[in-house]
Design a binder for this molecule. Structure first.
Ligand code: FRU
Length: 489
């Protein structure tokens, strides 16, 4: 193995003496540590995994490489929560390095069976010639939180007609059987999803490809997730290799969904509408959902993207997870609202009403680096109106509505340290509505923006100076009525 591969595929116990301490020290000096998002103590976080409710608590794992900000040896890191708002650090969930996950415990999901939580994941391996062999593996967590890997993988080979890119099992139970979808690449280098069935989570039978109308849609589909919501079938996945199209598909890789009639498990046919993006911001990938005990469908994603350097890399860590969202369906479209439990994070509140006339203005009590804010703009004739936040002498992140073009625009060109500039500095999306409600969750280095109660969401990292804490409201070319409320977090 060459040197850089050896560096990347090290487990924690292979760290050099003092290396972890040095990393921790670097991280502690970083100005962009989050305050209410799940983030790694050191190294790189990516996909959410094994999101489940078990024994009265939410469990959420994430892909983690502890020793650097490159995609190296991946662990599952374990977090849990009683309320989806406050998370407790549990520690390492799945450790890689066995015969079937020698080069990483890659993404997967969780399901309860016989009072235990079954974690199904992809074991990534490389042989001496660096050929990848993925295995689908099981680890079982008991009531005491002890996680033990099964000795043998449950799916040991890639089916004929598909490449080594075969990973990320998402399991569900239906009609007395278990099913899972796995992301795959066909031998002709197009992406798809494979469907398996099992009576017991151990013996898995390949049913075949999920039949969609997207036979040539990118070269790989990562992290598929199938569920039913309001009697409709929903397939979420993260396709790679989609070209930008106007305001759509601007990020390096996409995450989106299809909705339609429930998947026919006999024919594997999924009749669906257009592929739609889940999020319109800059940093969102590999989402995973789960069913809460009260029936809500919850979603968490990685607030980052593969193959892009981030400003925290130099401080020894990268990325965080999004806040959990509640999903519902309206006319074939997924509506995403922040999980209602997040209101538990609200502290001191300030409210204001103001009529904006061709001006940019600050309001008493509106400032900060970590808060939730709801702004409703109504009765508007201004050409543009919106908010400048995390603003200072030379910096601002701008969220605005362009009335003439009917577009919500997020501009991070002056947000501070830049990231992924080659993919553009603004994101926009068409919204046609008589009033605009912006709900923002701002943390030290991120913002999640819910437009008109989850009609659209923009999720993005930003890297401003810690002194850039101003919030300014503006209207130009006319006026707008503003109602705003902010809670410190
Ligand atoms: C998506 C992904 C998955 C894989 C994991 C490895 O970001 O590439 O397909 O299982 O990350 O960390």
């Amino acid at each position: 193995m060459n040197m850089s591969r050896m560096q990347k595929y090290r487990r924690i116990e292979q760290a050099a003496p003092g290396e972890l301490e040095r990393l921790r020290e670097q991280v502690s000096r970083c100005p962009w540590r989050q305050t209410f998002h799940i983030q790694p103590s050191t190294g790189l976080l990516n996909d959410p995994n094994g999101f489940a409710y078990y024994q009265g608590e939410y469990h959420l794992f994430y892909q983690w490489f502890p020793l650097g900000t490159e995609h190296g040896m991946k662990y599952w890191y374990h977090m849990k929560s009683a309320d989806l708002a406050h998370w407790q650090d549990v520690g390492i969930g799945i450790e890689p390095g066995g015969p079937y996950d020698s080069h990483g415990a890659y993404s997967g999901s969780a399901i309860e069976k016989d009072h235990k939580l079954y974690l199904m994941y992809t074991g990534n391996t490389r042989d001496a010639d660096w050929i990848r062999n993925p295995y689908q593996c099981i680890a079982v967590m008991d009531e005491h939180g002890r996680i033990v890997k099964e000795e043998k993988p449950v799916i040991s080979s890639v089916p004929e007609g598909y490449t080594e890119h075969f990973r990320d099992p998402k399991v569900w139970a239906e009609a007395g059987q278990y099913y899972c979808v796995i992301g795959a690449q066909r031998s002709n280098l197009t992406g798809c999803v494979l469907l398996y069935r099992s009576p017991d989570l151990k013996e898995w039978e390949l049913l075949g490809e999920m039949v969609t109308r997207l036979s040539h849609f990118g070269y790989m589909w990562e992290c598929p997730d199938y569920f039913e919501l309001a009697d409709q079938g929903v397939l979420i996945f993260s396709p790679q290799g989609i070209e930008p199209e106007g305001e759509h598909f601007r990020n390096i890789y996409q995450s989106g969904y299809l909705t339609g009639k429930p998947l026919n498990l006999d024919t594997r046919v999924f009749e669906h509408g257009e592929f739609q993006e889940l999020d319109r911001g800059f940093d969102f990938y590999a989402p995973q959902t789960m069913a809460a005990p009260d029936g809500r469908r919850l979603l968490v994603a990685w607030m980052g993207l593969p193959e892009i350097g981030y400003p925290t890399d130099g401080s020894g860590w990268a990325h965080c997870l999004t806040l959990p969202r509640e999903l519902s369906l309206r006319e074939g479209k997924l509506i995403q609202k922040p999980a209602r439990e997040l209101s538990k994070l609200r502290k001191e509140m300030t409210r204001a009403h103001h009529s904006l006339h061709d001006e940019t203005r600050r309001l008493d009590g509106f400032s900060g680096a970590s808060y939730e804010m709801i702004c409703e703009f109504s009765a508007y004739d201004a050409e543009q109106f919106g908010i400048e936040f995390r603003a200072g002498a030379h910096e601002k992140t701008v969220l605005k509505y362009d009335r003439l073009r009917k577009k919500v625009i997020l501009d991070r060109s002056l947000s501070g340290q830049t990231v992924g500039e080659e993919y553009g500095l603004t994101r926009e999306c068409t919204v046609d509505a008589p009033a605009l409600k912006f709900q923002l969750f701002v943390d030290t280095s991120s913002v999640e923006i819910f437009i008109n109660d989850g009609e659209e969401v923009f999720t993005s990292r930003i890297f401003p100076d810690k002194l850039s804490t101003e919030i300014r409201f503006f209207a130009s070319g006319g006026s707008a009525e503003l109602d705003a409320v902010v809670w410190k977090y």
